[in-house]
Design a protein around this ligand. Structure first.
Ligand code: PAF
Length: 285
């Protein structure tokens, strides 16, 4: 594995491959877990060379404290990536990626009006800034993103198409710990007691999916029930539970409002903000 810390180093490394080499790209913010490694494996299967970036992108954070406390472990990440068959690790500095402040404002098609977009103003614009910068540098054919960040995935698909990048966005399923907690770099920040409480999130989402199948409750009611169920746990504070149209990311109330509905949740387990989601559908007879 070649590690590049600058754009010039990356350009040099990639020049040793022929121009038509299929590049599979996995953008990350590091603190890697098995979920990231599954993206690398997917990239391995589909591409000729696999590039992974590790960059904690300041423009997508809403608070300095959150940015500072984001877990970082480049040496350990590099070992995991090499073992997983990564060809190039791109790990630039903030100065390298933002020699000047990025003032671009992206049109996100209203996909950021709900969920994370509503609670984290500017977050998705920051994601759009860094993902487009990375696409310009890496020039991938495929880019792999996890479905845990469901709204992010939808927004990245949108900007990729809208900006005319010739990149195929490949969604990859959420990986979970044995007790169901969605794998996330932020899980490393949980205290023992919050880590024990956190599997309640997925248990409640599974209950929501089961309730949906019965056809007795609307998506809106299911969201309310799920919120109450999670909050029965004294250590978990729900920020939102929203049933979103999987295509438009608009909130839906009734089943007939959307063809596909994703129930999205964000909450605090102590100081740590976690997100997760599940598809809900009625049993179609
Ligand atoms: O999902 C993430 O880890 C980040 O939002 C991404 C896509 C790497 C952009 O910084």
């Amino acid at each position: 594995m070649i590690t590049c810390y600058s754009i010039a180093e990356y350009s040099k490394a990639i020049a040793s491959f022929s121009d038509d080499t299929l590049i599979g790209f996995v953008p990350t913010m590091g603190a890697l877990h098995k979920g990231h490694i599954s993206l690398v494996q997917r990239a391995r299967d589909k591409s000729q060379i696999v590039v992974v970036s590790i960059f904690v992108n300041p423009t997508q954070f809403n608070s300095h404290k959150d940015l500072e406390s984001y877990p970082r472990n480049l040496a350990q990440d590099a070992t995991l990536l090499e073992r997983a068959g990564t060809d190039i690790l791109f790990a630039p500095s903030v100065e390298e990626m933002y020699p000047n402040p990025d003032s671009r404002v992206f049109e996100l098609g209203g996909l950021d009006n709900t969920g994370e977009g509503r609670r984290r103003p500017g977050h998705f614009n920051g994601v759009a800034q860094i993902v487009t910068k990375l696409f310009d540098i890496i020039k991938p054919k495929y880019a792999f993103f996890g479905e845990k960040d469901f709204q992010q995935l939808s927004i990245i698909k949108y900007i990729t198409e809208k900006q005319g990048y010739p990149v195929n966005i490949i969604p990859c399923p959420t990986l979970r710990e044995d007790e169901g907690l969605a794998m996330s770099s932020r899980n490393l920040l949980l205290t023992n007691e919050h880590r024990e409480a956190a599997p309640e999130i997925y248990r409640s989402l599974l209950n929501a999916a089961t309730l949906a199948k019965k056809g007795t409750h609307s998506p809106r009611d299911i969201a309310e029930i799920t919120k109450k169920e999670i909050e029965k746990h004294p250590l978990l504070k729900v920020e939102y539970v929203e049933p979103l149209d999987s295509l438009t990311m608009k909130e839906v109330d009734m089943w007939e409002d959307a063809a596909d509905i994703q129930l999205c949740v964000a909450l605090f387990a102590g100081e740590v903000r976690l997100i997760d989601n599940i598809k809900i559908e009625q049993n179609v007879a």
